[in-house]
Design a protein around this ligand. Structure first.
Ligand code: SF4
Length: 400
């Protein structure tokens, strides 16, 4: 009825399947540029009845290209970029003594919750946009320039595991000069429905294609963004090696993996203990933040926290295929860790295409240009929450 999306405190209840804007963009002859999130590749095939955890990168790209997309980029590329920007931000905070703990910012449902319910933690949030926001900005600036296109000639379409991304792409800070960086978000389920509507009912009939370049190369660290603890693990790989100048013997930070709702670990940065925590699901995030509210000493002792609003992280996102398999999250996570293990490059800072992007366009991590395009700011919306509660109360009680 629309009531839920008006009152949902995280902006997560926004799933509607109106393909109108996409159809209109195709009709107008716009260049349709899609990006696909890390978690979509291990779930997309489930909509055709395949096992959870089936890795379907090339089929998914082929399906999108056969269904109207001219170019398909991989959000994994900007997951690596997020690590470079966020890792540099963390090292900067370690150098200047805070504010701590720094908290990840790639989950828009968590950002909404922080702005509305925990505004005192706003200075703790990383200023990095989500990987989707970063890729949207690059598509409409760097890539558009290379292609000789105006941003308004491009229709930027995101395929995400996430319903809250539909809310995120409407934020003013995710656009400039009258246009948004991401024009439309389709969840994994909606993207599959779109592809089927184009006549691809059978999995076998889907063509296989590769992602386009130069915005698709990725490391093992990037693909970990799909699972709880993954952003933390990828960030630790880079922050340790860049911060200490030493090479890790093993890049597997097993202490931040797993299914426990809240996990804490201490990582030795060459004699300096760095304390981190990971929380997944909104309930566990609130539990952790309430505990930190009550114990400022513990709060200040932590350096870095990852918060993801969905159980298991994005592999369990609200826009992923529904499943009756009780092991669905384990199967998707298993596929994500296997992908990471088999990558030749597992550290975000060793992504060669990313190094070239810095050389040719951005300069250096946290440079002025990087800040302009890849970082954002937040605002205290706690009053908005109270207003929403009052409107809801008035609606329910008939008082105005
Ligand atoms: Fe979206 Fe859930 Fe991932 Fe957050 S954890 S970005 S709400 S899918």
């Amino acid at each position: 009825c629309g009531q839920c999306s008006a009152f949902c405190p995280t902006g997560a209840i926004h799933e509607v399947t109106d393909f109108g804007p996409l159809r209109e963009a195709i009709r107008q002859g716009k260049v349709i540029v899609a990006q696909t999130a890390p978690a979509t590749r291990v779930a997309f095939a489930e909509e055709w009845g395949l096992e959870p955890g089936t890795v379907a990168e090339r089929k998914m790209v082929g399906a999108l290209k056969a269904s109207g997309c001219h170019f398909v980029f991989d959000t994994n590329f900007t997951a690596d970029l997020t690590i470079l920007e966020e890792g540099t931000e963390l090292l900067g905070r370690i150098k200047k003594g805070g504010p701590f703990p720094m908290i990840t910012s790639c989950c828009p449902a968590w950002i909404n919750m922080c702005e509305k319910l925990y505004p005192e933690f706003l200075p703790n949030l990383s200023t990095c946009k989500s990987p989707e926001g970063m890729l949207g900005a690059l598509i409409k600036t760097y890539w558009a320039d290379r292609m000789g296109k105006k941003p308004t000639e491009i229709f930027s379409l995101s395929i995400m595991p996430c319903t809250a991304k539909k809310d995120e792409c409407r934020r003013d800070v995710l656009g400039r000069r009258g246009y948004q960086d991401v024009d439309m978000v389709l969840t994994t389920r909606e993207a599959a429905r779109w592809v089927k509507e184009q006549g691809f009912q059978e999995w076998a009939a889907l063509p296989e294609r590769d992602y386009d370049n130069p915005l698709s190369e990725y490391s093992g660290g990037a693909v970990l963004f799909a699972a709880t603890g993954g952003v933390m693990e990828a960030a630790l790989r880079t922050a340790y090696e860049v911060g200490t100048g030493r090479r890790l013997e093993s890049v597997d930070f097993r202490a931040v993996r797993g299914w426990q709702g809240i996990r804490e670990a201490t990582v030795d940065f060459d004699g300096r203990p760095i304390k981190v925590a990971v929380a997944h699901s909104a309930g566990q995030a609130r539990k952790l933040l309430d505990a930190l509210r009550a114990d400022p000493e513990h709060r200040l002792g932590l350096h870095f926290i990852e918060i993801m609003s969905c159980q298991g992280g994005c592999i369990g996102g609200g826009g992923q295929p529904k499943s009756n398999d009780p092991a669905v999250l384990q199967k998707r996570a298993g596929a994500i860790y296997a992908l990471d293990t088999h990558m030749a490059v597992r550290r975000s800072h060793e992504n060669v295409a990313l190094q070239q992007l810095y050389t040719n366009f951005l300069g250096a991590p946290n440079s002025h240009k990087a800040h302009e395009l890849l970082h954002t700011h937040y605002r205290d919306r706690s009053k908005e929450k109270q207003r929403t509660a009052l409107v809801l109360y008035a609606t329910q009680t008939g008082n105005s």
